[in-house]
Design a protein around this ligand. Structure first.
Ligand code: ADP
Length: 852
């Protein structure tokens, strides 16, 4: 940009010089034209005086004398090319005259002019050399009163001597010419005979040819080169003098100068740019790049990096400042690390303290639950006895108070677990309708007592099945429902479940519980979801909580990524709502009840293991009342002996026992040979923290039931366990050791295949399985079993049964095939395989209506 003004100045200067040169050339051309015309005019004037005078003095009768006089005159005047006498018919009088002169004489114009006694000036014609123009003059010779002949003079004009001698500047390409009235060249300088007679392009020359005053224009010459032409009429003739200076010779030097200067500027510019780049690179960019590298290293965590620049000026100052800043950052980092370590230490301590608090709460709850278990369970047993009305009332009050304390302990434990971050959300498919229905049915008894109808409003667009933590959602809903019942003296309760759309996280489901109760005073609303905040004294006596329910609900909803809120008018009721996003699940993912199941409970032999006599009594009494045969022992070692020596269908095992605890006893039992090692074991424990549940599963416990025992939960757990145990087929020790925990049938796998194949193909698969099982049975029952045929059928069953969920038969067939192919004894396999076949066929029979 800095060079642009300079370039502009050079350009303007070059243009001025060009204009100046053109002006000078224009005046030169005009001057040379005028000079030539003036010179020609002078000679023509003399000729015009001399020729008529001589014509009048000639006596044609003395023809010899006339001819001699004419010849003499020619000698006297240098500009006189020819002088002769011509008769009116064009024939010469003295000597042969040129053809051209003859033609002119006979032309009507000349004849008329001569007849009128006038002197005639003819068209300019080429002279003796190309640079001389000849002008013919005709003067009448009168004899005896009439024009008897004409004196013809050829005036040779050397017009261009001035052009030759004039100083028009070095290198100027000057061309001069005379053009006749028809535009043909009659003379040319520099002399070039080839141009004579040629014509300028008439149209282009029109503005110039025939002009009397001089005119200057740029025109192309005959060779096509542009010239600055000046033109002027040769006085009283039809000829025009034209002087043209080649344009290139006028402006060429100026253009060259302009180009030279432009080139010089361009070179200076390029040099400056190069210098700037090199200088910039060395002085600016290299140090800046090194600073950028150092900054990037610091950004990526290497705080030991410094710029190491020893530059001067601003860059040097920048480098020093950068190094100081890096030093400061390193110091801050050190401080921060120290502070972080301190904070982490404090956090660890806080976490340890929190853990200790949670552990304390867990063991306290255990300690509280154990005697509480006694209170509640003995009360339940007592209530089953025939009692006097007052005794029944007291027992009921004891049971209610015990339940309230149990709720309180459970809430405390729950809250401690949430605060310690030990609560996780477990996602499984479930039905929204069943969830809400189940929650409402739990509180309905309580609501009925207060004559509060509960209405359920379900959005028809609700998905059949969703993925989420059903127990946690039930806990939240129960809390809202319990509160609604608790704080509504009269009126009704409405439970609504809406499908509010679909988000990235799944289906947005809204649950709301509205009541017509006492409502929430505006001044207390901000405290509602805070822990231990009770806004009213609840109506019930022992059933009120400790103000933890809503705080727990809020934490759980937030763990699920949802929202919780309420609207309330004091005295007019409240609506508590939650909104959660739950991914849609396929309906088939819901675990249906096993088809054809029959309760296995009733005649089971059960071993109760507990070191507290009270607990043993309660559990035994509850189980006996349910029809079971019960034995009880007081420690883990006796339990192992009992299981090893007698058959039990199930063991109910306390976990916290002196000497051999429940976990150790279970591990040892699992090491016993089958069938004793496979006995289902259900833990009785108040320890329900997740890691404790994991430890129990690892030891081989099948299920657990929380203390204090209630009859319903105990019977449900035992029933569940006996049913799943019934599906495991006993077999030889070798087989069972690997298959002890294997399921006979996996419904999920079955349902997956069903959704894949559809209800048309599925029955075919089941029918083929049925056929294969029966043919295996036939092969096994043959008097001398065909090993190869058994191996083939077993092989087919391995891959047929597994995708249908028949895991046990698939597994045992794989081992049977191996036994057939290894030539080992088949006898020990026959019975377990027969049983497995029978079980599978029974199940197929039971499934037949469902699957078809
Ligand atoms: P609690 O277990 O004591 O009921 P919550 O956290 O569930 O604890 O509830 C805290 C307080 O909020 C209750 O003590 C009550 O004052 C108020 N509250 C909760 N639900 C309702 C409701 N539906 N109507 C009126 N007050 C309510």
């Amino acid at each position: 940009m800095a060079f642009l003004p300079l370039l502009a100045v050079v350009f303007v200067q070059a243009r001025d010089h060009r204009d100046q040169s053109l002006t000078i050339a224009r005046s030169q051309a005009e001057f040379l034209t005028s000079l030539s015309v003036e010179r020609g005019g002078r000679i023509l004037d003399r000729a015009r005086t001399m020729v008529p005078a001589r014509a009048s003095s000639l006596d044609l009768l003395a023809s010899q004398a006339a001819c001699s006089a004419v010849a003499a005159d020619r000698e006297h005047h240098l500009w006189l090319g020819e002088l002769s006498i011509v008769r009116p018919d064009g024939t010469d009088f003295c000597a042969e005259i040129p053809e051209e002169a003859k033609k002119l004489v006979v032309s009507s114009d000349v004849q008329a002019a001569l007849a009128a006694g006038k002197v005639v000036t003819g068209e300019p014609i080429p002279g003796p050399t190309p640079d001389i123009v000849r002008i013919p003059l005709f003067a009448p010779i009168v004899h005896q009163g009439r024009t008897a002949a004409a004196l013809v003079a050829a005036v040779d004009l050397r017009l261009f001597e001035a052009v030759e001698t004039a100083n028009v500047g070095r290198g100027r390409d000057v061309m001069a010419s005379v053009i006749n009235g028809r535009g043909h060249i009659a003379a040319v300088y520099p002399p070039n005979p080839e141009l004579l007679g040629r014509r300028f392009d008439g149209q282009e020359m029109a503005p110039i040819a025939g002009q009397t005053s001089s005119k200057v224009e740029v025109w192309p010459d005959l060779a096509g080169h542009a010239r600055l032409f000046a033109a002027k009429r040769l006085t009283e003739t039809a000829g025009t003098v034209m002087v043209g200076i080649g344009l290139q010779s006028i402006v060429g030097p100026e253009d060259e100068e302009f180009q030279r200067q432009s080139l010089l500027i361009a070179m200076v510019f390029a040099g400056s740019v190069l210098l700037t780049l090199v200088g910039g690179e060395v002085l600016l960019f290299t140090p800046l790049r090194s600073l950028v590298r150092a900054a990037a290293a610091i950004e990526s965590g290497d705080l030991s990096v410094r710029s190491n620049l020893h530059a001067r000026g601003e860059i040097g100052a920048l480098a020093k400042t950068f190094d100081r800043m890096a030093e400061a950052v390193a110091d801050r980092e050190r401080e921060l690390r120290a502070a972080n370590q301190a904070a982490e230490g404090a956090l660890r301590q806080a976490e340890q303290a929190n853990e200790a608090k949670t552990d304390f709460l867990a063991s306290m709850s255990h300690e509280i639950r154990t005697p509480l278990s006694g209170i509640i369970s003995y009360t339940e047993l007592l209530l089953d006895e025939p009692l006097r009305p007052s005794e029944r009332l007291y027992a009921k009050r004891i049971e209610a108070a015990g339940s309230a304390v149990l709720t309180l302990v459970n809430d405390l434990l729950d809250f401690a677990r949430i605060e310690a971050g030990r609560t996780t959300i477990e996602v499984k498919p479930f039905s929204l309708v069943s969830l809400v229905d189940n929650a409402v049915s739990i509180v309905r008894a309580l609501a009925d007592k207060k004559r509060l109808p509960i209405t359920l409003e379900l959005d028809p667009d609700l998905p059949d099945a969703v993925l989420g933590d059903e127990p946690r959602l039930r806990q939240i809903l129960l809390n809202l429902l319990n509160n609604a019942v608790k704080f509504t003296p009269a009126g009704r309760i409405v439970v609504r479940v809406d499908h509010r759309g679909t988000s990235d996280a799944g289906e947005r489901i809204g649950f709301s519980v509205s009541d017509t109760g006492i409502g929430i005073p505006a001044r207390h609303r901000h405290r509602l979801f805070q822990r231990f905040s009770q806004l009213h004294q609840s109506e019930g006596d022992a059933t009120h909580g400790v103000g933890l329910g809503l705080a727990i609900s809020k934490s759980l909803v937030e763990l699920m990524g949802g929202r919780i809120g309420f609207e309330s008018n004091e005295g007019c009721g409240s609506t508590f709502w939650i909104e959660v996003s739950l991914p849609r699940a396929s309906r088939s993912a819901l675990e249906p009840n096993e088809p054809g199941e029959v309760p296995a409970f009733g005649t089971a032999r059960i071993l109760v293991v507990d070191d507290l006599e009270m607990n043993r009594d309660i559990a035994s009494a509850m189980l006996r009342r349910a029809g079971c045969e019960v034995n009880a022992v007081s420690d883990g070692a006796s339990a192992i002996d009992a299981v090893a020596s007698q058959h039990y269908d199930l063991v109910l095992m306390d976990i916290q026992m002196r000497e051999v605890d429940g976990i150790t006893a279970t591990r040892r039992i699992r090491q016993l040979p089958a069938p004793a090692g496979m006995v289902p074991i259900v833990a009785m424990t108040a320890n329900v923290l997740p890691q404790q549940v994991r430890a129990m599963k690892d030891a081989g416990l099948n299920d657990h039931v929380g203390k204090p025992l209630t009859r319903s939960t105990l019977i449900a757990a035992i029933d569940r366990c006996l049913r799943s145990a019934a599906s495991v087929v006993p077999g030889p020790a070798g087989i069972l050791s690997s298959a002890a925990t294997e399921q006979e049938f996996d419904r999920k796998t079955f349902e997956e295949l069903r959704s894949l194949l559809g209800d048309v193909q599925m029955p075919n698969w089941l029918r083929r399985l049925d056929v294969r099982l029966r043919s295996l049975q036939t092969l096994l029952d043959a008097p001398s079993p065909d090993r190869e045929a058994i191996a083939r059928t077993a092989h087919a069953l391995v891959s047929h049964a597994a995708p249908l969920g028949f895991l046990r038969i698939s597994h045992i067939c794989a081992e049977l095939e191996g036994a057939c192919r290894s030539d080992s004894d088949l006898d020990e396999w026959l019975e377990p395989v027969r049983i497995a076949c029978r079980n599978a066929l029974c199940r197929l029979d039971a499934m037949a209506p469902a699957s078809s």
